[in-house]
Design a binder for this molecule. Sequence first.
Ligand code: SF4
Length: 285
Amino acid sequence: MDNPARFNTEAKPTWCPGCGNFGIQNALKKALRSLDLQPHEVVISSGIGCSGKIPHWINAYGFHGLHGRALPVAAGAKLANHKLVTIAEGGDGDGYSEGMGHFVHACRRNVDITYLVHNNGVYGLTTGQVSPTGDRGFVSSTTPHGALESPFHPLALAIAAGATFVARGFSGDLEGLGELIAAGVRHPGFSFIDVLQVCVSFNPSKSFKWYQERVYNLEDEGHDPTDRMKALEMVFRNDGRLPTGLFYRGSAPTHEEGLPQLSAEPLAVQDVTNIDVTQLMEELV
Ligand code: SF4
C-alpha cells in the first residue's frame, strides 16, 4: 500500500512560523501524491532563498543550486533522464532577478518542467530587500525611502515568451494550489505557476488575511484559459482583486520531442561503453 508520508523527511523546515512556504511545500507533496508518484520518480531543483530549501525537506531527488539557476539545472536533469517528473522552484528574487534570462528562455524552449515561484515581493533569506515584484514605494533595507520601480508582471512575461501553461496560486489555498501543481505536472511542456506567498517577517502588510480578502478563482468567473489575449487582459485587470488559477493553456512541441536521442531510453541509462568517439575527437582536438 502507498505510504502517504513517502515525501516527508525526518528533518523539519526551519521557516518562520506562519511562512507561506509551508503551504507551498504541502501543496507540492499533495500534488505528487495525487499523481501516484514515488520519491524515486521525482527530481526537484531550487535556487537560493528561503524557498530554495525545499529539496532538503521533500523526500525525492533534489539539487539545491546557485542563485537564479534552478531552471538550467532542472533542464539538465530532464534531458539526462526524461522519465523523471522535474520540478524547479525558487523565490521571486531568485527567478525574476538573477534568473530572469533563464525564465524567459525556459518559457519558449518548452522543456517538460514545472516551475513554482514563491512570490512574496521580497528577498526573505537576506532579511528583506525589495524584489522585482515588490510594490512601488516599498520601504526596505535597500530602499529606505521607498522603491522607485514598479513591480513587473511575471504572468504577462511568461505568456509573451511562449509558455503554454501559465497559472497563479496562493500559499493559503492548499487544495487549489495542489490541483494547479498536479495539472502543471500533467501538462506536456513547461508549466509555470507563480504562487502568491506570505512572508510574515519582511512583508507583513501582505498577510494571510490581506490575500484572503483579495484572491479569487478565475474558474468561478468563467475564464477561458485557451484564450491568450483574454489571459493577458486578466493579468492586467486592475480592480483591487487577485485572480488565481489557470490563466493560459496552449500547446507546442516539447523540447524533448525535437531530440531523437531521447526517443528511446533516458540518456542516463543508455549503454555508452561501446560507442566509438574517435571521429568526434579528431574533429574537436
Ligand atoms: Fe518565510 Fe519570510 Fe521567514 Fe523567509 S523570511 S522563512 S519567506 S517568513
